[in-house]
Design a protein around this ligand. Structure first.
Ligand code: GLN
Length: 234
């Protein structure tokens, strides 16, 4: 089985609320199965070569400004990687920069890399709290996590939501959608971090990157955590 190459994009700037735990989850769930995996942490100014999975975490507006400029230098590369069906996961601030732009409350609009057809505008309220979303991408059909954002994200064209929120606000607190998917590019507002409590989604990403369904793991503990959060408001 091929070695999986994972790129963690700009972890020194976008890595809020333990989002780096998503990368640790992907690595451990490969290692537990004997799948060779390699992690590259990409810093500002680094050249980026091809990877199977790209992860970018969340962060405050200020850090997003610096990362936005760096992402734009590699926009064509990321577009090619999307077309090559590489797997992407962006959380919150990183998710916002995968779209066309993020318009903060103050200051200039941050341009995104448009690997999903979406845009984000800062709202007047901050959405903070637990989220449960229903998805048809994985079984069980629930995704759980924690949101903390003022950005309101709207999906367009062929970009579809990860799921529908049953608890929490999700993309914009209005259309009941949470997250986004186009080809193998995924974005979500779920911090927590997201993948440790949603191991079935981590395995879905590994399957897409490998091109083969990975062997099941004993996830009884992970799903104790997952199930404890389903429909939990506070
Ligand atoms: N700064 C963005 C917002 O407030 C993203 C926040 C985050 O990544 N948690 O919407």
């Amino acid at each position: 089985m091929k070695k999986l190459k994972i790129a963690h994009l700009y972890p020194k700037l976008l890595n809020i609320y333990g989002d780096g735990g998503n990368v640790l989850t992907l690595i451990k769930r490969c290692q537990w199965r004997g799948i060779a995996v390699e992690l590259d942490e990409i810093d500002i100014g680094d050249k980026i070569d091809r990877h199977d999975i790209y992860f970018i975490g969340g962060g405050q507006d200020l850090q997003q400004i610096e990362v936005s400029k760096e992402l734009l230098k590699n926009k064509n590369f990321f577009m090619e990687e999307r077309e090559r069906m590489s797997v992407f996961l962006g959380i919150c601030g990183g998710y916002q920069l995968m779209g066309h732009y993020y318009q903060p409350h103050n200051g200039e609009r941050l341009e995104g890399i448009s690997i999903i057809d979406a845009y984000t505008i800062a709202g007047h309220n901050r959405f903070i709290g637990n989220v449960t979303a229903e998805t048809d991408l994985v079984e069980p059909r629930t995704l759980v996590g924690f949101e903390n954002h003022s950005g309101l994200t709207y999906l367009q064209g062929d970009t579809v939501p990860l799921g529908k929120v049953s608890v929490g606000h999700g993309n914009n607190g209005n259309d009941k959608t949470e997250g986004a998917r186009f080809k193998n590019v995924f974005g979500t507002y779920l911090h927590g971090s997201f993948l440790p409590k949603n191991p079935h989604f981590a395995d879905y990403m590994i399957e897409l990157a490998l091109g083969a369904k990975p062997q099941p793991l004993d996830d009884r503990i992970e799903f104790l955590a997952h199930n404890s959060l389903i429909n939990k408001k506070y």
